[in-house]
Ligand binder design. Structure first.
Ligand code: CO
Length: 335
């Protein structure tokens, strides 16, 4: 059997302390249980997202992995918990709550359930400290949002944090969140369908065009969710702009497409032709299986597209299903 590792899945605990009461500020997320394993994530009084117990039930996660043929699942919190807009001390406390909850879910089967921590990214020193604590507790890396307010990934504090991740051997998953232009995308999940791919494109180009990859060490392991958003399809446009406009190449000494050997993307593009382009742009070693389990916008049978795509050779299938992720996360095939 091919080793199968899903690097993009989400968890939330069944419940957590009343954060609004704890911090005395409104609009914190909480879980409203509806019975029968169903719940609604609430933000203050607003319904944010319907969820079910796969999010917090380790036994159900393992059963789904068995049904889908997945050996190892890497879980991250959902971005609604990041709290980057809050005081850093509050975000640190929230990070500790959810990082501990992740370890509890993983304890159900520590060989097959792995976790990425969250950190208070608005404060670089606090973020580095929480990362160190979480890595010592067994997390295998960190999931961060693709921006902190107006600061993109090329912000000095965020680059310092990424450098620290490389220094301590923490793998980094970049997840889009807090999407742009929400006033223009009030309906039809436009923020997920347009905003998220654009956010991810923006964060990748921020690192490339700012020259951040020139300063960051090569041992930084960084992966972007959702196939890197709109990056791969529009890379030709970026290269063309770099060639013909000096303001595009002002801080970026190499052709933008030459930096694709510095990061990974997951496979969550939901279309065989898009996946083929992604593999062509990123290379066979830099695409990893990611599903967005257990959310409705995720792949419903995790890994199905890669397993059933006749255009993929057995060697490439093995890389996409698990070998690339095993290398990225430094995981043994120890099932
Ligand atoms: Co996700």
């Amino acid at each position: 059997m091919t080793l199968a590792i899903d690097i993009h899945s989400h968890f939330l605990p069944a419940e957590w302390p009343d954060l609004a009461a704890r911090f005395g500020t409104p609009d914190w997320p909480w879980m409203k249980h509806l019975g029968d394993g169903k719940a609604m994530i609430m933000v203050g009084d607003r319904e944010f997202r319907p969820v079910h117990e796969d999010l917090w039930n380790g036994a159900r996660r393992i059963a789904a992995m068995d049904a889908h043929g997945i050996d190892i699942q890497v879980m991250s919190a959902t971005p609604v918990m990041f709290s980057y807009e809050r005081p850093a001390a509050h975000a640190s406390e929230v990070a500790r709550i959810f990082n501990a909850a992740a370890r509890e879910i993983c304890a159900h089967d520590p060989k097959r359930l792995k976790s990425l921590c969250q950190v208070p990214l608005q404060d670089t020193d606090a973020a580095c400290a929480e990362l160190d604590t979480a890595m010592a507790e067994g997390h295998i890396g960190v999931q961060i949002g693709n921006h902190v307010g107006e600061r993109n990934l090329d912000d000095a504090g965020l680059v310092t944090f990424l450098h620290h991740c490389a220094d301590v051997g923490a793998a980094v998953l970049i997840h889009p969140w807090d999407m742009m232009a929400q006033a223009r995308m009030p309906k039809y999940m436009m923020s997920w369908l347009v905003g998220m791919p654009a956010e991810t494109q923006l964060s990748i180009l921020s690192l490339i065009l700012s020259g951040a990859f020139e300063k960051l060490p090569r041992n930084l392991r960084i992966c972007f969710a959702h196939g890197g958003g709109s990056f791969a399809f529009l890379l030709g446009r970026v290269d063309n702009a770099w060639r013909h406009r000096d303001i595009v190449r002002a801080d970026c000494p190499q052709l933008p497409s030459s930096y694709t050997d510095r990061f990974y993307v997951d496979s969550a593009v939901f279309n065989e032709d898009a996946l083929a382009l992604l593999v062509k742009v990123m290379g066979e070693d830099r695409v990893v299986l990611g599903s967005d389990y257990p959310f409705p916008l995720g792949e419903q049978v995790v890994g199905k597209m890669i397993r059933e795509d006749d255009g993929i050779s057995p060697d490439l299938r093995a890389k996409l299903m698990g070998l690339n992720a095993a290398r990225f996360f430094d995981l043994e095939s120890d099932r």
